[in-house]
Design a protein. Structure first.
Length: 647
């Protein structure tokens, strides 16, 4: 009883102090006593909004009551209104439970079934204009978005967004520089750099104006992991990145730059513009206890709109041959047809005809040749040719009539609002003709592969073509391959173009098995395999069979070892296929101990593919009975692949 009285006394004192106004008018309660916070159903993750005496809005995020994102600003300045100060609470909705249950065509898992808590808080500014903030909290993190609820159809422009993410100073981060507009930028094709909050951008591949999202941090004295991302970006908003400087660890939102036009016919205004009402994208904060929690999160697609394709039975993930990597200057019908035959010999579903295919098709009928062999052709295209809606629809109809099943559209190089809008209508127009979409030279996905399942993959990654162009790539590739699954690939399917064994201008240092393993580490609705027919034909039977059996997407994935930048081991299942795949991101050997009996239930043996006598080019395959104590030493920049089977 004494304890309760003491608690009541302290509470009374705190309320009194609050009322006399030492710092807050409203903390996590409004005047009616309603809470401005939201917890996940389990209670682990919480987002709390606060207003200070100036009516300035902020929020923080906790996990099990430990601070993850410290007090950070919220607000927008518009051409006609200011929502950064003078705010007061109008209404706070009741908490609603929402369930997101759906299937992903491409991902680490096939079936998703998550429960969230949600609520909305509406504020008014000094002139009485309204701004709502929608909150969502789930087991994988929290999210919020701005919304202007007015129904007056007025056009509004946002001049700035002051949203920030306050990261503790002793955190460790892995961030990718956001390259300024250039010949091929921004394209999210830079290295992820290991940084501390406040660090400036150091040695990017190209001049840079900020940091990309997703952005990964290890916080709370290394006890938690955080990924900052976006979801649900559509034609009403540009893609956003983070400002280049983070004074005191505060990372703030930046809009697409004005000069991000490339060759597209974009206006001179790069600010977000929309008629009211206006709902903006989700600011997503994924939180986990282990890095593997981040890798496996579906929070970004959970928040994205549900599929807009009623019948997706025609959408088939698969594998593709691709001639450009081994023959970048050869656009002959003979070469394209040889890669169609290669796809047929491996049981691949697709082949991709890259730049120059039109002439080869006129001269040699490469599309008809692929169709006649049961291979689905995909073709390359230039973004400017598919920006105008009427021209795009006409070209899509023509391609579909020719037998084309998918299109790779390249060189967008912009996060501008008009480009985000184009993507949404492009996915829809392609779906109407039963065409699959692969975006290159582009921004990262933002949950779009749930909304439009025909969106199979996108580049937005420093992939294997970098062996042609980037002198630092060979040394850093293995490390990047153990970082990107926790960052870029969480945002959506990644066209990394794996399995590039032929030595190029900048010689590869990763082992052959490491390169092979990347095809099973990254998720991509269509896996475009690099390298030549000669390399594929030279492979041992075990590797050839693996490539034939390997699925392009997964029913289930478990994270076994997840150490960004160092080591990654995943357990993957698809139907009756079961694998363990691992890669070493360091230049040192690393020891591995696994209980294979726990991952290989229902199987009697396992086949393991490791490095051969020449680690850069050859493979070794061994078969064993399943054991509960399997030990292995990763080669530097190496890998391994285990396949479980029964005789």
């Amino acid at each position: 009883m004494l304890l309760n009285r003491n608690m009541k006394a302290r509470l009374t004192y705190n309320v009194f102090t609050l009322l006399v106004g030492i710092s807050f008018v409203v903390s996590s309660l409004n005047a009616a006593g309603q809470s401005m916070d939201l917890r996940s159903k389990s209670g682990s993750n919480r987002i709390t909004l606060s207003l200070n005496t100036k009516g300035e809005l902020s929020y923080n995020v906790t996990r099990r009551d430990k601070l993850i994102i410290a007090d950070s600003p919220l607000g927008l300045t518009c051409d006609d209104q200011n929502f950064t100060s003078g705010l007061s609470v109008v209404t706070i909705s009741a908490i609603e439970e929402r369930r997101e249950s759906y299937e992903l065509t491409v991902g680490n898992v096939k079936t998703v079934n998550h429960v969230f808590q949600s609520k909305s808080i509406t504020f008014k500014n000094n002139s009485g204009a309204l701004m709502s903030i929608d909150l969502v909290a789930g087991n994988e993190g929290v999210a919020f978005r701005y919304r202007f609820p007015d129904q007056n159809k007025k056009t509004r422009m946002i001049r700035s967004e002051i949203t920030g993410f306050q990261i503790e100073k002793n955190a460790v981060g892995w961030l990718q520089p956001y390259n300024k507009a250039g010949k091929y930028t921004p394209g999210y094709e830079d290295f992820y750099l290991k940084v501390h909050p406040g660090d400036s951008i150091n040695k990017p591949r190209n001049p840079s104006v900020g940091w990309c999202m997703p952005a990964l941090f290890k916080v709370n004295n290394s006890k938690n992991w955080v990924l900052l991302a976006e979801s649900g970006t559509d034609g009403s908003f540009p893609g956003c990145h983070l400002q280049p400087n983070s004074q005191g660890g505060l990372y703030t939102i930046a809009f697409a730059e004005k000069d991000e036009k490339y060759t597209l016919p974009l206006s001179d205004n790069s600010q977000p513009v929309s008629t009211l009402p206006w709902t903006m994208p989700w600011r997503v904060i994924i939180v986990g206890d282990q890095a593997g929690d981040i890798l496996l999160s579906t929070f970004i697609t959970d928040l994205a709109p549900a599929s807009k394709i009623d019948d997706a039975s025609w959408i088939e993930p698969g594998k593709a041959t691709w001639s450009w990597w081994s023959h970048p200057e050869d656009h002959s019908p003979e070469t394209y047809n040889a890669f169609t035959t290669l796809a047929q010999s491996f049981g691949f579903e697709y082949t991709l005809f890259d730049a120059g295919w039109e002439k080869a098709n006129t001269e040699g009928g490469i599309i008809a040749q692929a169709v006649s062999k049961g291979i689905k052709p995909m073709v390359w295209a230039y973004s400017a040719a598919y920006f105008d809606p009427e021209k795009r629809r006409k070209q899509f109809k023509e391609l579909a009539a020719m037998g084309v099943k998918g299109i790779k559209i390249d060189f967008w190089c912009s996060d501008r609002q008009e480009v985000m809008s184009c993507f949404q209508s492009l996915f829809e127009d392609a779906a109407r003709e039963h065409l699959l979409v692969n975006l290159h030279g582009t921004t990262v996905p933002r949950g779009w592969h749930r909304t439009w399942p025909n969106f199979m993959t996108a580049e937005a990654v420093l992939g294997t073509e970098s062996y042609f162009y980037e002198p630092r790539y060979p040394e850093k590739a293995a490390e990047q391959n153990t970082l990107l699954p926790f960052t870029r690939n969480v945002a959506g399917p990644t066209d990394y173009t794996p399995f590039a064994l032929t030595i190029r201008k900048y010689p590869r240092l990763n082992t052959a098995v490491h390169e092979l393993a990347t095809a099973m580490i990254y998720t991509s609705g269509i896996i475009h395999f690099a390298d030549s027919k000669e390399v594929f034909d030279s492979l041992p039977a075990s590797v050839r069979n693996l490539l034939k059996d390997m699925p392009a997407t997964w029913d289930n994935t478990q994270s076994i070892v997840a150490e960004p930048g160092e080591q990654l081991i995943l357990s993957r299942q698809k139907d009756r296929l079961s694998y363990i795949v691992g890669i070493n991101g360091t230049n040192k050997p690393q020891s591995v101990k696994l209980n294979l009996a726990s991952y290989g239930k229902g199987f009697s043996k396992f086949r393991v593919i490791t490095e051969g006598d020449n680690p850069l080019m050859t493979f070794k395959t061994e078969t064993y009975p399943i054991t509960s104590n399997w030990q292995y030493s990763f080669a530097p920049k190496g890998g391994f692949i285990i396949q479980f089977f029964n005789e």
